[in-house]
Each structure stands twice: as C-alpha cells, then as structure tokens.
Design a protein around this ligand. Structure first.
Ligand code: SAM
Length: 221
C-alpha cells in the first residue's frame, strides 16, 4: 500500500543518510515500554529539527510538547556551545520518561523540562526574563496552536524560527468545520499569514507517520 511504501522510504532514508542514533533508538524503546503513544516526529524530521537548530546557531530553544524526549534529543544535539532547550510537557509521566531518556543521551545539562500546561508555564518563562529563543518547536495540543505561536513570538529574538508540527493532518486542514485540533491548526496558519512580524510557509509531508506537514515561520522583528 501507499503507506507501506512511505514507511519503507523513511527506513531507507534513515539508513542511507545514517540517521540512526543509539540514544534516539533507546529513547523510543523506553518510551514504548512505558506505554507512551508513538506520536514522535520521524527520524528524518528529527534530523531536520537538529539542522534547523544548527542553521539558527541556536543557544536558546523552546519546545512545547516533550512526550518521551525524542524531538528534544534531536534539538539538543543541534545546540551551539552553551545552549539549552526548555521543553514544556503537561503529563508528568511523559516528562519522567523524557527526563530519563535525555539523561541517558548525556544531555541532562542541556535540557530543562517544565511540567504543566504550556499556557501556565509560558507566562512563567516570561516572568523569569530569560534570554529570547532562537528556535521554537510547537508540537502539543493543536487546539492551542495560535496561543503557542503568539507566545513563541513574544519570547523570540528577531530572526528566530518557529516550527509548528502536524498542520496537514491527512488533509483534515481543509475542513472548515473540523474539530478543535483542525480549528487550532487553521487559526495558526491564518495567524502566520496575518501577523506582520511573521513570514512563513507550510510544507506537506508523507512518511511513516502518514500524510501530514509542518509550518515554518521566521520572526522578522
Ligand atoms: N515533540 C514530541 C516528539 O516529537 O518526540 C512529541 C510530542 S506529542 C505529539 C504531544 C505532547 O504534548 C504529549 O506528550 C502531550 O502530553 C503534550 N501536551 C498536551 N497538551 C499539553 C499542554 N497543554 N501543555 C503542554 N504539553 C501538552
């Protein structure tokens, strides 16, 4: 079937491009053993996150939606010297598994996990007056995506990049009467278009995770 071919191509890309990484494979095994859902980014997408962090020369990375830390490990591997990822996770069990996976990858000092609803922990980050972010990866509850983009924008430096995952959802994004996740996704894309401080696009993807895609927006000022 088509999906089987997409999955086989992802496996081919991972092996041909040398994307296998023992720390990432162990993180997936441990996450699966702990009963976490398999909704992490694919291996090629994970490497894209790492490349984007490197391209940004990122020292400050924000992630919303940690799960078992698979994308977090990729982002942390792309950090510049002295860099740090702050990752926000609602479910304490996910955060616990992620913390163990991140420590096993040797990245405990580069990653800070904040447990709670992101809409509660984001204002906290602002109050702490941390350095602005160079890259944000938004991958949590899709209904809140417009709020997360506004927060990322508020906490970003000019020239920062904001990545929003799962914006195509098997074409579900076309459904103007779709559920909360679709509404959040459509509102997020509209916000990227309307917000004068953002320049962005969205790219459809196929692969082991099916037909989906991501949006990419650059913070102008
Ligand atoms: N980024 C991860 C990766 O690629 O490895 C996958 C993240 S998973 C798609 C979404 C995560 O967001 C889940 O772990 C879920 O518990 C978390 N989440 C859901 N609602 C949230 C909220 N309001 N605040 C923070 N995290 C939330």
């Amino acid at each position: 079937s088509t999906h089987e071919t997409w999955t086989a191509v992802d496996a081919y890309l991972s092996s041909t491009l040398g994307l296998q990484d023992p720390a990432l494979e162990n993180a997936l095994k441990a996450s699966e053993a702990a009963g976490l859902p398999r909704i992490e980014v694919s291996a090629p997408a994970g490497r894209l996150l790492r490349l984007l962090a490197q391209i940004q020369g990122a020292r400050r990375v924000l992630e919303i939606g940690t799960l078992g830390g698979y994308s977090t490990i990729n982002l942390a591997r792309g950090l510049a010297e002295g860099g740090r990822v702050v990752t926000l996770e609602y479910d304490p069990r996910h955060a616990e598994v992620a913390a163990a996976n991140i420590a096993a990858a040797g990245l405990a000092d580069q990653v800070e996990i904040r447990v709670g609803k992101a809409l509660d922990t984001l204002p906290q980050l602002e109050l702490e007056g941390l350095e602005p972010f160079d890259l944000s990866f938004i991958d949590a509850d899709k209904a809140n995506n417009p709020h997360y983009i506004r927060w990322a924008l508020r906490l970003s430096r000019p020239g920062a990049l904001i990545v929003v995952d799962n914006v195509i959802r098997n074409g579900g994004v076309l459904d103007a009467d779709g559920g909360a996740d679709i509404q959040g996704t459509r509102a997020a894309l509209a916000l990227i278009a309307e917000e004068p401080r953002l320049d962005g696009t969205a790219i459809q993807t196929v692969g082991a995770k099916g037909w989906d895609g991501f949006a990419l927006a650059r913070v102008l000022s």
